[in-house]
Design a protein around this ligand. Structure first.
Ligand code: NAD
Length: 495
């Protein structure tokens, strides 16, 4: 595979370098080896891409394309992603250092997402409204919003991009996608596939570069009708302000601080197994990571002991080594953030019973590794419990009643997801109803799929991705009303 080809932006149907000529080196987080050089866009490039998307929406052939035709194109993109699954997965693992196995599963999910929205593209013919006025026809139809800016993060680079690209295109919008500057490779590759599919020029545009310049331009521009963003809450606040100039629509998927609640009557072995998965999968760099474990008092010590025993055996390593269970963090900057939270937890009185440091293994010294870590004796007021650290760090809290578990679980400013483990069906439903979160899992964790909506309550987001709701985000609703027997009103000056 020639990674050198993967370095350009796609604007108005052409592959281009940044006007400034600047480049960025992409590294493999396992050992910091250079894997690619990509062009580094700036505000000027973002403006060209926005202008292309605007033109393609306002005057190109795209707006008169039928839902069936859009579905065919989006479905063909799914086919090509399946065809190039291994290559895409390899690029994703090089970019993020997540295991190759995990990346392959991501690619299957991504193809499924394009396929799902391909299927929805021609299913909504609008709604006939029961008009209260005789001899009239009233209907509501959904139309595309327009030119959309889309900004994605580094933790699931192509998966997060696909949650935006697929519904936006299926609904008939034009897009300017900006992936994270740290992990652009698979998004570039999928844009190549979109070119192969044959979307009209300007419908799919890709810009590369930093958030504060390129990303900000997408948020600020009055030619962008909607900005969709996945990332941290601080960035979300900036984008919200930048987007206010033309009151563009916003669709946000922000952070999470997701409680995993285990009652004493839960299946103990399953709860242990899933608690590990919830927090250590992809080294905790998951918006829905179960970094907060809430355990009922009577089983607390036994459960913590089991989780610790297994966490101590997690094999850190290289993405393409089949023995590797967990890779490094994405960057030195991010590892420093996780380390700051660990220090803070110690200062606030939480007790570290595992990890809490970088691994000693000489083979891991060039990567951004951090040991699986567990803190017990955690309380609600600690910052490590309230704030998103996005690393392999589990905090454990004890509770004695259902009401206390719910209160603690709801006590953060986030509301993305949470789980409840119990064999009492009534309790499961009560707790699920009481949690203020966009997703609640009962006896499971971290499950999402194309058909079900995903998004956050409170400061975890605005709007929904996935499901039919994810398509609706990319539509405006128009009411069309026709009078079949118009008669004079004679209201003004008729006598
Ligand atoms: P980030 O906010 O630092 O960056 C995300 C994207 O925003 C990047 O493309 C970045 O270049 C861009 N950006 C940065 N500053 C910008 C600005 N001023 N204007 C416009 N764009 C800007 O987030 P990250 O570190 O890449 O990702 C981790 C965060 O993403 C975590 O908080 C995580 O919870 C969240 N996340 C949420 C979901 C979800 O579904 N809710 C999914 C994945 C990740």
């Amino acid at each position: 595979m020639d990674l050198k080809k993967l370095g350009k932006m796609f604007i108005d149907g052409k592959w281009v370098e940044a006007a400034s000529g600047a480049t960025r080196t992409i590294i493999y987080p396992y050992d910091q080896r250079e894997i690619a050089k990509v062009t580094e866009g700036d505000v000027e490039d973002a403006r060209s891409a926005i202008a292309a998307a605007r033109r393609a929406f306002d005057s190109g052939p795209w707006r008169s394309t039928t839902g069936a035709e859009r579905g065919r194109l989006v479905g063909t993109l799914a086919d090509l992603i399946e065809r190039d699954r291994e290559e895409l997965a390899r690029l994703e693992s090089l970019d993020t250092a997540k295991t190759f196995e995990e990346s392959k599963v991501d690619m299957d999910d991504i193809a499924g997402i394009f396929r799902y929205y391909a299927g929805l593209a021609d299913k909504d013919g609008g709604e006939i409204i029961d008009s209260p006025i005789p001899n009239t026809v009233s209907r509501a139809v959904r139309e595309p919003v327009g030119a959309c800016g889309q900004i994605s993060p580094w933790n699931y680079p192509l998966l997060q991009a696909s949650w935006k690209m697929a519904p936006a295109l299926a609904a008939g919008n034009t897009i300017v996608m900006k992936p994270s500057e740290d992990t652009p490779l698979t998004t570039i590759k999928v844009t190549e596939l979109a070119e192969e599919v044959g979307f009209p020029p300007g419908v799919v545009n890709l810009v590369l570069g930093p958030g504060p310049t390129v990303g900000n331009e997408l948020a600020v521009s009055h030619d962008v009708d909607l900005i969709s963003f996945t990332g941290g809450i601080e960035t979300g606040r900036k984008i919200m302000q930048a987007a206010s100039g033309n009151a563009k629509k916003i669709a946000f998927e922000l952070g999470g601080k997701n409680p995993n609640i285990v009652f004493a009557d839960a299946d103990f072995d399953l709860a242990v197994d899933y608690a590990l998965n919830a927090v250590y999968f992809h080294a905790g760099q998951v918006c829905s990571a179960g970094a907060r474990l809430l355990v009922e008092e009577s089983i607390h010590d036994r459960l913590v002991e089991e989780v610790k025993k297994r966490a101590a055996k997690i094999k850190l390593g290289e993405a393409f080594d089949p023995k590797t269970e967990c890779g490094p963090l994405i960057s030195e900057k991010h590892r420093a953030k996780v380390e700051r939270y660990v220090e803070l937890a110690r200062e606030e009185g939480a007790k570290c019973i595992l990890g809490g440091k970088r691994p000693d293994d000489p083979e891991l010294q060039n990567g951004f590794f951090y040991e699986p870590t567990i803190f017990v004796d955690c309380t609600n007021d600690m910052r490590i419990v309230q704030e998103e650290h996005f690393g392999p760090v589990l905090t454990v809290e004890k509770f004695s009643t259902e009401a206390e578990a719910i209160e603690r679980a709801n006590s953060t400013t986030y509301g993305l997801s949470g789980a409840v483990w119990t064999t009492d069906q009534n309790r499961a439903e009560r707790v699920a109803a009481a949690l203020r979160m966009g997703t609640v899992w009962i006896n499971d964790f971290n499950i999402y799929f194309a058909q079900a909506p995903w998004g956050g309550y409170k400061q975890s987001g605005i709007g929904r991705e996935l499901g039919k709701q994810g398509l609706e985000e990319y539509t405006e609703v128009k009411h069309i009303y026709q009078n079949l027997a118009t008669e004079p009103l004679n209201w003004f000056g008729a006598s």
